[in-house]
Design a protein around this ligand. Structure first.
Ligand SMILES: [Zn+2]
Length: 414
């Protein structure tokens, strides 16, 4: 047994040591100061940086920003109809909206590209097909299934997030295809840092410099550290490392990026980013359909619904930071003026941290680990200033039994 247990109190997640030991919740939304890189008390006492930015967004001259977008498109638009912009897109509401507007409002010729989810949900596949049927070229790339699983296992253990191999490819694939097809312009959706409560350094920047990506998006650890660990544990062998497929998990070399002049942009810089509006737009224009049921851990039915393993990305954040998907979803909706804080608190109490039980067995099978190993890793990331033992005795490895062992020290309140 145990690729995990015999070695593993290690973690490469550099965010964890930086967490404030005193937990505070924002007076305006429901997020806490445990969200990595969030800033606090910058504009108002007890207010988070995402709320600061939401206020600032109301003063941004969006018409001017749209003019900038128009000029950007004018400078890159092809005259012969060949691809002139790469849009990483799963067929989800956000990236679908970006691709559709670029094509039909700004007369661009997007190549949509898709880095496949770990395991497609039916609704995710349906939305993917619907989008290309609205008139989009698409390249779908599935990573090497064995390599991807091994990286996911290492990321689960060492980053506390098995989702990271997906995150690497989701970002870097666009750069690789930009280089390969000589299409400099790349359009991503939202810059999550200002939108969801992070570092505001790049809030007025339509791009994020590549050398900041490891720190901002990958917990301070790129794929190279997972590969080193995989070699040490004999999870990889040297034959694995010769595979060109490893390239998808890291950026192209700098010379190639410069030669092509890769120019990555955030849509959220140019247009006010409101997830609910994106949903309405995508439902109307890209064939996007929401789920019948809400996603586990939240109340909404339309955000990141294409991957069966997605819930564990959010849930491991609950172990580390004590806040989960409902907190993020409802906090953004407060800032967008769709719900008030009391409603959000009620939603958090009801859904935040709900275990993603529906696909738990899929997750265990995908990583080839036992339920015991799963909880070992979960507990490794359970921050002691966030969680306390409840005093209940151990009753097995089912989620129900494990949920009785611990309780949050702090939760957001009215
Ligand atoms: Zn806030």
């Amino acid at each position: 047994m145990s690729k995990i247990i015999k070695v593993s109190d290690d973690t490469f997640d550099k965010q964890l040591d930086k967490l404030p030991k005193k937990v505070e919740f924002c007076n305006n939304c429901v997020i806490s100061n445990q969200r990595p890189r969030i800033m606090w008390n910058q504009k108002k006492e007890g207010q988070c940086s995402a709320c600061d930015y939401a206020e600032e967004k109301k003063t941004i001259d969006w018409e001017k920003r749209e003019q900038e977008l128009q000029e950007l498109c004018d400078s890159y638009r092809s005259k012969d109809g060949s691809w002139d912009v790469i849009v990483p897109s799963s067929g989800g509401k956000d990236s679908g909206m970006v691709a559709h507007k670029l094509k039909y409002k700004y007369n661009m010729h997007p190549l949509t590209i898709t880095w496949a989810p770990f395991i497609y949900t039916d609704i995710g596949w349906q939305n993917f097909i619907a989008m290309k049927d609205k008139g989009f070229d698409n390249i779908l790339i599935h990573p090497d299934g064995q390599l991807h699983r091994k990286l996911a296992l290492l990321a689960f253990d060492l980053h506390g997030d098995g989702w990271d191999p997906f995150a690497y490819g989701q970002n870097y694939l666009a750069w690789h295809l930009s280089v390969k097809f000589n299409i400099p312009l790349i359009f991503f959706g939202e810059n999550a840092e200002p939108e969801y409560g992070g570092d505001l350094t790049n809030k007025d920047n339509p791009s994020t410099p590549m050398d900041e990506w490891d720190d901002v998006f990958y917990k301070g650890s790129g794929v190279h550290k997972l590969i080193e660990a995989g070699l040490k544990r004999n999870i990889f062998n040297s034959a694995d490392l010769k595979k060109t497929s490893l390239d998808f998990y890291r950026p192209p070399n700098k010379e190639d990026i410069q030669r092509v002049g890769c120019d990555m942009r955030w849509w959220s810089y140019y247009e006010n980013w409101v997830p609910q509006w994106n949903y309405y737009y995508a439902a109307e224009n890209t064939g996007f359909v929401a789920n019948d049921d809400r996603s586990e851990g939240t109340y909404q039915k339309y955000g990141s619904i294409d991957d069966k393993l997605d819930g564990f990305h959010w849930w491991m954040a609950y172990m580390k930071f004590g806040i989960c998907r409902t907190t993020y979803d409802s906090a953004h909706e407060i800032r967008d003026g769709h719900i008030n804080r009391d409603e959000a608190v009620a939603l958090v109490h009801k859904y935040d941290g709900e275990f993603p039980a529906k696909y738990w067995k899929d997750f265990l099978e995908y990583l080839d680990i036992t339920d015991k190993e799963f909880w070992y890793v979960a507990d490794k990331y359970r921050s002691s200033h966030i969680w306390q033992p409840s005093g209940v005795k151990f009753g097995g490895y089912s989620p129900e039994a494990q949920y009785k062992l611990w309780k949050l020290r702090y939760q957001v309140d009215y």
